[in-house]
Design a protein around this ligand. Structure first.
Ligand SMILES: Cc1cc2nc3c(=O)[nH]c(=O)nc-3n(C[C@H](O)[C@H](O)[C@H](O)COP(=O)(O)OP(=O)(O)OC[C@H]3O[C@@H](n4cnc5c(N)ncnc54)[C@H](O)[C@@H]3O)c2cc1C
Length: 333
């Protein structure tokens, strides 16, 4: 009989695992959000949309390139070739070239995850609150103490601080400080394209913000529905994490207007999103690509193991899946 596996989180890492293991195990994914995306989410209202997490991704490994190839062929993923500038309060802007292909999903970043989801068994709007052992199984409970199911294996693909709450410390280890995750604020604006500068995106230095993108100019978006995504630096977000969110919004808005030269009066909508666990520390020499305890039948993976990028999330999950595939095949023999 195939082992049953509960995967916590249906971001890129969770979906990668589920796809790679679906022939070898009965998989159920639990995702606390209403829709797919994780930190590759797209926020929409009736007229506009914003990619408020990951802005683009690169593909350096052959395994990630292989995953993307069919999605590039069918137009779900396309190369983004923006006119990028560099902004700073003290220096004149200069053009910043990219030296490798950068990709985005179309018409929004979360489209890649929707395309990957296929027929996988995904329980949306379901937060796993507790993972507890009973006899040979792991029981998953939600925030109302309702049983979500019993599984042979549990794998968490949630950001590290959320995984640490769920899985026993004996499994994860207690020396994970260097994998710490940092917050980021995303300011989401609506503004007429005619009121924006000619560049498409900017890397920002020496300011509370570090990145600006005119989101409607990405491939496959509605070029008439002008939208801006502004990301704070992790340091600034850490210092202002619990501040009054209206004040945070105003400060980031002022920083954006002063750096870009956009008139605040041209901006018709302002929203703020706080990513509490946005970016992983840069782990130059990771201990492992994932955490696995075969005796306990628990594992964890995600971008945080490998330094926090889209491709890192894929690689961590993919490498874990390869090890588990071999294990499940051996168990069958
Ligand atoms: C603002 C921002 C900008 C970024 N920019 C870039 C970029 O330009 N390029 C790049 O390569 N990367 C970027 N990243 C990083 C990139 O988004 C992540 O590395 C990648 O999306 C992580 O995927 P993941 O599957 O590991 O985690 P996630 O996408 O975080 O998926 C984990 C999932 O677990 C769910 N979850 C958590 N706890 C529970 C629970 N208890 N029960 C059920 N579900 C749960 C969450 O809702 C989430 O959907 C950015 C991230 C942010 C936030």
């Amino acid at each position: 009989m195939k082992p049953s596996i509960a995967i916590i989180g249906a971001g890129l890492a969770g979906l990668t695992l589920a796809r790679e293991l679906s022939l070898h195990a009965d998989i159920t994914l639990f995702e606390k959000a209403r829709g797919l995306g994780g930190r590759m989410s797209t926020r929409r209202n009736d007229t506009h949309q914003w990619d408020h997490g990951a802005q683009f991704f690169t593909a350096r490994s052959s395994a990630f390139t292989a995953l993307l190839t069919p999605f590039i062929s069918d137009g779900t993923v396309v190369e983004w070739q923006p006119n990028i500038t560099t902004l700073s309060p003290h220096k004149s802007p200069y053009k910043r070239p990219w030296f490798e292909p950068h990709y985005v999903a179309v018409p929004g970043m979360n489209r890649l995850l929707k395309a990957m989801a296929g027929n996988l068994n995904i329980q949306l709007s379901t937060r796993v609150e507790k993972v507890e052992q009973q006899h040979q199984h792991w029981r998953l409970l939600d925030e109302y103490d309702q049983l979500l199911g019993e599984y042979d294996w549990v794998i968490s693909s949630a950001p590290l601080p959320q995984t640490q709450v769920l899985l026993p410390v004996e499994i994860l280890g207690d020396n994970l400080e260097r994998y710490g995750m940092l917050p980021c604020y995303a300011l989401l604006l609506t503004v007429d394209d005619a009121d924006l500068p000619t560049w498409d995106a900017a890397q920002v230095n020496d300011a509370p913000i570090r990145w600006v993108a005119f989101n409607h100019r990405l491939p496959g978006r509605n070029p008439q529905a002008g939208t801006v995504v502004v990301h704070s630096t992790p340091e600034w977000a850490t210092a202002h994490l619990e501040d009054d969110q209206e004040v945070v919004k105003q400060q980031l808005l002022e920083s954006f207007c002063s750096l870009s030269g956009v008139n605040a009066k041209a901006i018709t909508q302002v929203q703020l999103h706080r990513w509490r666990y946005a970016l992983s520390a840069d782990v130059s020499e990771p201990d492992a690509e994932f955490v696995l305890n075969t005796q306990a039948r628990l594992a964890a993976c995600g971008d945080w193991c490998l330094g926090g990028r889209v491709e890192a999330a894929f690689t961590s999950a993919y490498q874990l899946a390869k090890v588990l595939q071999t294990k499940f095949l051996q168990t069958k023999l």
